[in-house]
Design a protein around this ligand. Sequence first.
Ligand SMILES: Nc1ncnc2c1ncn2[C@@H]1O[C@@H]2COP(=O)(O)O[C@H]2[C@H]1O
Length: 794
Amino acid sequence: MLALEGAVEIPGIRISLPYEEEEVPEELPEAVYLLPTVVAPKLALKGLLVFSKEDKIFHLVQQACNRREVDISIARTLEATTEKLTTGPDIYHLIVIDGRYPNFLDAAEIAKAIRLTEGYNCATIVALVKRSFFESDATMTAFLDAGVNTCIVECYHLPYLNMELKQIISTTVKHYSIISTQEVLYTALNRIKDVLIITDNKFVIQYVNQAAAHLLGVLQKEPTKKHLSEYFVSDLTQWINALKPKDLTGDKPLDFAGTVLIKGKTLESTSFPVRARQLACYGRITTHLIFNVDVPVISQGDSSIASSHTRDFRGSFAAARRSSDLKGIPTESRRASAAKLAAMPLEAPITKIINLLSQLHENCSTDEAHLIDRVLDFLKYESLYSPQMKDIQMEDPIATELIGALITGSNVHSSRRSSNDSTIRTAVTRPTASLISTMKAAPLIMDSLKESLSWEFDIFRFEKITEKRPLLYLGMEIFDKFKVFTSMRMDQTVFKNWFLAVESRYHAQNAYHNSTHAADVLQAIGVFLSHFSKKEMSMDCLEESSALIAAVVHDIDHPGRSSAYLCNSNNPLAILYNDVTVLENHHAAYFFKLTLCDDSVNIFKNLEPDIYKSMRNIIIDMILATEMTRHFEHLAKFVSVFGGEMNCNKEIAAIEEDSALLMRRMLIKVADVSNPSRPYLFCVEWAQRIAEEYFQQTEEEKTQNMPIVMPMFDRCTCSIPKSQIGFIEYIVMDMLLAWDNFIDMPELITYTRNNLEMWKHLEEEGVRTIADVKRSCCYGLPTYSNGKSNSNAI
Ligand SMILES: Nc1ncnc2c1ncn2[C@@H]1O[C@@H]2COP(=O)(O)O[C@H]2[C@H]1O
């Protein structure tokens, strides 16, 4: 806490007398100079002489400068001057411009340029002029208007120049240095956490620092010129009497301390210990009062009030407690910490929440106060949105294990094993575009693409007819529909190259995390975006492009193993990303590396840097949002913003940036796990594919003698229906309900409910393995993995 009696004095008040120690005049009142002061630094003066030529006067000025110990540099032109000010290592306190020959040097123009240079508002500028100039009002006014501080007349008499320079240094140069020092002090006052208010001797507020403005809940300028009684609501009579302007001679300046009821915009009237001190800036009469409000600090793990003034104030603060505060120590400490929070120069939404709850706490019943106490306790947790596994009560161990692994990233063991890179399949080589098959398939592909924005789009048939390149064809189609090429001012060929490169970096051998999954997520986002426009909601075109790009790349180079597996096997990616969000970090970084490495695939190349930067931010944020460990956090935040009645006419672009961020995250999250909300056969196919990938991981963990992330996912024993019931009920359904409320797509809910019923039915029938599920899929109905398809089976 700032101790008024022993440390910094208020700038502009105490340091307005810039005397160096040996210069302090005898008659200065004792009470004044006994107080500590902040003295402007004793400057090692640097000067700049702006002279076009070195004539006799130049040499005289130079000698005078040497005499006054001004270390000088020389500039001959305007350009040289600005270069010295902007690039040189020195700061010039004094600049003398030769204004005698306007044809060679325009002193006014140079002065203006100096004033415009950052940091030179406090330099002293002197113009050396001919006597005729000096006597011309117009010329002098022009100089002063340009920022010249003073003019001296051309004179060949060295003692005259010496005296002029001495006067200028001891007045203007030194005062400027004091003003700079004051700026430092005001900055310090503004930043400290102590609450300071300065009034004149009539209690009219002159200044409040930031902490005071925060405490009062006002803008910093607002209280200026208002009477202190607008904020100090206690009767101030006693204060006014005690603090009446006094002759300070001989006396120590008077302090006054007591408890004052203070009210602010966001602060209920609250008692605070306040101490005041009088100051005399001119003469001996009090001219200013400094009020220091003591906002108590709570020491760690202790509810006692601990500030540097605690002892002085504890009694009065405690006595001022209101009866409702007698609910226990936590209330007092909470009030104190709320007040402390309010006084801090930073403000987060959580600060406002805590303040509001604390205010509520003051005026409620004991039961309600207990509930608010519990809420405030919860608000202290850092992992506010992280679900605790114990809160999720699932009867089925398969579901428990799956959800646990997804949302907590659990079963990450610190492995003693050395890394075994062979278990992570590396990227497949880039395929060469098979023109012939593409051409043969083209009519089928083109026909299929007519449905590219339908929720019933048959992605598995598309996978087949594109010879496992669904991402390229669907991507080009959807990007074209959403005018991504135009928005990003990029040739389609570059996009085609890019899709080829990206698709080749998806591992075709992965059962689930391959380019068909990426194409499916892209397609889902395409459908959602088209729904936005149907509902008259729209996203900015670059935001839309970013969302589509994020979908395309969100699982690029996925190894077909989970992040937990990578951590357990000490995979280099886990090492690189410190076991945190390993896969998603890798997808984002890998995508940017791939895209920026070569102009032939650089889809960002024609964007302005700031546009590229914001697209990059959006894409990275969306990819990272697909990490399931933060699933409930994203969902809870989304619901808290968009959970109510949706105003469909609202422009998404007009939604606050924070909310738009939540919306984009939910857009990709829903798309990423929307497979249970697709038509029945597709839902089953996805369930088989993900289960296959989980089984392969479990098998590998067993053979490698590694920790097993999901032991239940054993090919021989696992019940696919049970895993799907758990996945839908605990992960997917709530999210889809929230999303449907936002986007109005009831078909998502209908399909999911039907599929859930179907899984429950299969479960009751005793269907367990992939083979069972395949068999059960309406006999004879072809499955996609054997190459045949029948979209009527939906
Ligand atoms: N139908 C499903 N059944 C079980 N888990 C799924 C299903 N669909 C997606 N997932 C999981 O949800 C995760 C979402 O993020 P990932 O794509 O990294 O990995 C996905 C799978 O682990």
